[in-house]
Write a protein that binds this ligand. Structure first.
Ligand code: ATP
Ligand code: MG
Length: 361
């Protein structure tokens, strides 16, 4: 058998794109070791926790590429280690995060909070550092969906968020629901609203994050405008149901995000269809394919659909939204949405001007 050439293997790995930046692993200093010999090829690469969700797929793609390029090499094994790339401080609030994702909708009650929390949990389970900001100061529902309650402590002048244990890193959650007793109405006026959002972002001890997921209140652009003024948002995900009226409202929400110059990361169709647990038949209760068509018409990515399932509602009401990932009936839908979202972010990064090169190890 022909022994593969280490230099040729290294050259191929160097060109292979990092799923966070979209740039070659070589110039970014992410090749840890390459061994090529009569026993096969063993490569260790380092990837960031921002792309944790894409690690298995990235590993498989690199192995496949090496097998194709060196067909007589014998076994090919790629190992992944963590590559530390610290987030920068964002905007006036100095939040340390790499991606800030707002989840919004036009219409209320379409499942925005459920989708926002599920995206955050999906990313965290894979190994990313994630935080959730509940920006619905009028009707905060994140505490209920994740089963957290209690008043955050103030420590060193910073609000200590409550934490969810859903992945290798504790997931900080901040919500007005922790600060205002349940059932007590808050009447926010414009400047106070802006101040409350800015304060929750600035004064919460989030720690360094790969993603901050923001659950937006329905409709109005006030909060989107406030957010866009205090920190650069990576983009917005718009949730809707397949009904015409919800799609019309989603179109308005998209126009609103465009107006305040928040990029659109994609659309999620929730309550897309009902799979009868008894007979397995699919019922398109609110029609079908509407959000996919709307997304195509408006030229934004379609991230995926979530069926209407009794268990999703039950998990939410029981404060166990994370259980949607333990359930074979719902996990694939939420996972697919997270994967498309992270994949699209990588593509957007790759389209930006190059990062400064690091010396090759
Ligand atoms: N796919 C689904 N299947 C079943 N129930 C769902 C689904 N998505 C959301 N729900 C349920 O619908 C209700 C509303 O969801 P959620 O609170 O996420 O909506 P929202 O858009 O954030 O609402 P609001 O506009 O009030 O903020 C909740 O009880 C939730 O559990
Ligand atoms: Mg909500």
């Amino acid at each position: 058998m022909k022994v593969p050439d280490t230099a040729a293997v290294t050259a191929l790995v160097a060109e292979f794109a990092d799923p966070e930046t979209g740039r070659g692993l070589g110039p970014m200093g992410q090749i840890r070791s390459v061994a090529a010999g009569p026993d096969g090829i063993a490569v260790t690469i380092a990837l960031t926790s921002h792309s944790a969700l894409l690690w298995p797929a990235t590993r498989a793609r690199l192995e496949e590429r090496l097998r194709t390029a060196f067909p007589s090499a014998g076994p090919v094994v790629v190992t992944v280690q963590t590559h530390e790339r610290a987030p920068g401080k964002l905007g006036q609030v100095g939040l340390e995060a790499k991606s800030v994702i707002a989840v919004g909708s036009g219409k209320g009650g379409v499942g925005k909070s459920t989708v926002a929390v599920s995206i955050a949990i999906g990313l965290a389970r894979a190994g990313s550092r994630v935080g959730i900001l509940d920006a619905d100061v009028y009707g905060p529902s994140v505490p209920h969906l994740v089963g957290l309650s209690g008043r955050p402590q103030i420590d060193g002048g910073r609000i200590q968020p409550l934490h969810l244990e859903v992945g290798p890193h504790p997931l900080p959650v901040m919500s007005m629901g922790f600060l205002v007793p349940p059932g007590e109405a808050v009447v926010w006026r414009g400047p106070m609203l802006h101040g409350a959002i800015a304060q929750m972002l600035r004064d919460t001890a989030w720690g360094p994050l790969d993603y901050l997921v923001i659950d937006m209140p329905p409709g109005t652009g006030d909060i989107a405008l406030s957010l866009s003024q205090v920190l650069p948002l990576t983009g917005a995900v718009v949730v809707c149901t397949p009904q015409d009226v919800a799609l019309l409202d989603a179109t308005k929400a998209i126009a609103m995000f465009r107006k305040v110059q928040i990029p659109l990361l994609g659309m999620v169709e929730n309550m897309s269809f009902f799979l009868c647990p008894g007979c397995g038949k699919r019922y398109d209760i609110f029609g079908s394919g509407g959000a996919r068509r709307t997304a195509a018409d408006l030229d934004i990515p379609f991230l995926g659909e979530v069926p209407l399932q009794m268990a999703i509602r039950e998990h939410g009401d029981a404060g166990r939204t994370a259980a949607n990932y333990d359930d074979d009936a719902s996990r694939p839908f939420f996972t697919a949405i997270c994967e498309r979202l992270v994949g699209n972010l990588a593509a957007a990064h790759a389209a930006r001007p190059p990062l400064p090169s690091l010396p090759v190890l």
